[in-house]
Design a protein around this ligand. Structure first.
Ligand code: ATP
Length: 622
């Protein structure tokens, strides 16, 4: 956007600037008038300085130019000109080099933040609300222009502060106490401003703030194509806008009440600062008048005194730098809390190449509860699955089926008991957890190429041909043929040449992903209701196909629809009340036992028949 703006015709840029001023005016006419007045005053002062310094030197030279001592003047003039040109060149070089550095710096920040999201082996950390909020705040703030300003402005900051030190040394040579008094004043102002900024940045931007989050969310919602339909249908545009304004103002309230007192102190210190500088200049004028300061040094002292201003707050450069430091402080503290090195990316484990072959699963006395819940979800659950068996896990909503799957995949650590996959602990042993391939109900629709979407099942473990075979076996040939760029087509309309898939097409991609995982060496394959959005027949067809294709692989199917899992060799019923397996056997055995499974199955089959199904495919004939 910025680059495009630089290339825009002058008129367009002026129009843009005009719009910017108009917007400021509309939002805060009072403050805009104040800022305009202050800016005009600043301009008048700067111009007056230029004219006055020139007049001053002119007046001095008129007195001394005919003196023999004035001859070195031309030498000094050359030094002045060279220093000015070098200063310009170093400034330009600094900007160029700074921009190059900030590109890498920015990439590293994203890497460090992303890694904080990726690194914890389990889901527990990311599911912790505070950690998740801290992460998303960091990610959001890493995109802020002020932070970018801080990155590029560091060298400018250094130059200004070091120049100020030089100015202090010059003034020191006149009267040692003058720079000390002026610097003390500036440092006081600086501390006030910094304290205020710290509070502002910490409270409003860095710390998770529910009102700001809500305001941000609503502002994104207002332009989100997916929400557009509902917003219009329900006519909630006006409500959203009001809600946004209310949340945004509430977010700002966090810091405004603190600033009243601070503002008063700040004004007082600034007045004191103006008095001290004014006093110093008056003293310099007086000493020049009485001949106590060499006339040639008056201008030097004058400029040096004004140069001490850099000990004070430095506007945007300083705000940007502060924002950068506050941001980094929070990033480092989060990384430390996750056991990651401060600023060095940790080495993520490379994908391992599993040896292949079906794995057995052994779950013993497993107890697990979510930290936010008082009761454990699973209580002393035991289950043994021999290698190559096809198992279906059924149970009512919330019984804990997905939780069990996540524990088998090593995404949570058991509170008590143990989970072993192929004899190893999937939570600790990355190789073992990598061998459990799961397609979840909410499997990710990556807005990447079709190839990536399928190959993610076996990333780094299998060649391109694996993806091709997997898609073909998942009956995805037609889907591939319909894509403009074939395997390279991005599966999202947000990308150039991309396209969106239907729910059913995505199911095939997910199935292909699972099959690619098996080809890549996964020893256990789990389908955790990825087909729930399909109708009974389509789901049953996909499960049947899946069972055929994965014969000899340890498979776990999770579904509410008992008719679709009846072909599994073994079915277990997870009882949400006890947190354990309540029934275990083949479809026929469980039907014969006449327990909860048989009851649920018969009920579902009857509903299906009433809805117009044949009853057969729903399993009524079992
Ligand atoms: N991340 C979580 N944090 C807190 N509680 C959770 C979390 N995930 C699941 N739960 C709770 O744990 C219980 C079991 O959930 P789980 O998703 O494992 O059940 P399920 O049998 O797979 O349900 P469904 O059939 O509806 O998918 C539910 O009460 C659920 O609300």
């Amino acid at each position: 956007m910025g680059e495009a703006d630089d290339k825009a015709p002058l008129l367009e840029r002026l129009t843009g600037f005009g719009t910017h001023i108009r917007l400021m005016w509309t939002v805060a006419p009072g403050w805009s008038t104040f800022c305009l007045a202050a800016s005009l005053l600043g301009v008048a002062c700067n111009i007056a300085n230029m004219i006055v310094v020139g007049r001053l030197v002119g007046a001095l030279s008129a007195v001394v130019l005919h003196d023999a001592a004035a001859r070195p003047l031309w030498g000094w003039f050359v030094v002045f000109a060279v220093a000015a040109v070098l200063g310009q060149i170093s400034g330009a070089a600094m900007t160029w080099a700074g921009a190059r550095t900030s590109a890498g710096y920015r990439a590293r920040l994203d890497e460090l933040i992303g890694e904080a999201g990726l690194q914890p082996a389990d889901l527990g950390t990311l599911e912790d609300e505070k950690t998740a909020q801290r992460l998303s705040t960091l990610a959001e703030n890493s995109r802020s222009w002020l932070l970018r300003f801080g990155m590029t402005g560091s060298w400018e900051f250094l130059v200004t502060k070091l120049t100020a030190l030089g100015a202090a040394a010059v003034v020191f040579s006149w009267h040692w106490w003058v720079p000390l008094v002026i610097i003390a004043c500036f440092v006081l102002v600086s501390r006030q401003v910094r304290g205020w900024l710290d509070e502002l940045l910490d409270n409003v931007f860095e710390r998770p703030n529910a009102d700001r989050q809500r305001a941000d969310y609503i502002s994104r919602l207002m332009i989100h194509p997916e929400a557009a339909k509902e917003i219009r249908v329900f006519g909630i545009a006006g409500w959203l806008e009001q809600r946004y304004v209310r949340s945004w103002h509430a977010a700002q309230d966090v810091f405004w009440p603190h600033t009243g007192r601070r503002r008063l102190i700040l004004i007082m210190v600034m007045v004191a600062e103006a008095l001290v500088i004014g006093g110093s200049l008056a003293l310099l004028g007086y000493q020049a008048y009485v001949g106590a300061v060499a006339v040639g040094l008056v201008t030097t002292y004058l400029v040096a005194i004004l140069g001490l201003e850099a000990f004070g707050p430095m506007g945007d450069v300083e705000s940007g730098l502060m924002r950068t430091t506050v941001f980094l402080r929070n990033l480092v503290s989060l990384r430390r809390s996750l056991g990651l090195p401060d600023l060095r990316p940790a080495e993520l484990p490379a994908p391992t190449v599993p040896s292949g072959g079906a794995l057995g699963i052994e779950v013993k006395d497993l107890t697990f509860g979510y930290p936010s819940r008082t009761e454990p979800t699973l209580r002393g659950l035991s289950l043994e699955v021999p290698p190559g068996q096809s198992l279906a896990v059924v149970g009512v909503n919330g019984a804990g089926k997905s939780t069990l799957i996540k524990l088998i995949a090593g995404l949570y650590r058991p509170d008590q008991g143990s989970v072993r996959v192929g004899g190893g602990d999937p939570f600790v042993d990355v190789d073992e957890s990598g061998r459990v391939a799961v397609v979840f109900q909410d499997f990710v629709h990556y807005p990447l190429s079709l190839r990536d979407n399928v190959a993610f099942g076996a990333m780094g473990r299998a060649g391109d041909d694996v993806a091709a075979t997997a898609l073909q076996r998942a009956a995805g040939d037609e889907l591939l043929a319909a894509l403009g760029d074939g395997w390279d087509t991005p599966l999202s309309k947000d990308f150039e040449g991309g396209t969106d898939l239907s729910g059913g097409q995505w199911q095939r991609v997910a199935l292909a992903r699972a099959l690619a995982a098996v080809a890549g060496g996964a020893g256990v394959l789990v389908l955790d209701e990825p087909t729930a959005a399909l109708d009974v027949r389509a789901e049953a067809a996909i499960f049947d196909r899946f069972l055929d294709l994965t014969h000899g692989v340890t498979t776990i199917l999770v579904s509410h629809r008992l008719s679709t899992v009846r072909r599994a060799e073994r079915i277990v019923v997870l009882d949400g009340n006890t947190g354990r397996i309540s029934e275990d056997g083949s479809h026929q055995e469980l039907m014969a036992a006449g327990g909860a499974y048989a009851e649920m199955f018969t009920l579902q089959a009857r509903r299906f028949a009433l809805a117009g199904g044949t009853g057969d495919s729903a399993g009524a004939g079992a």
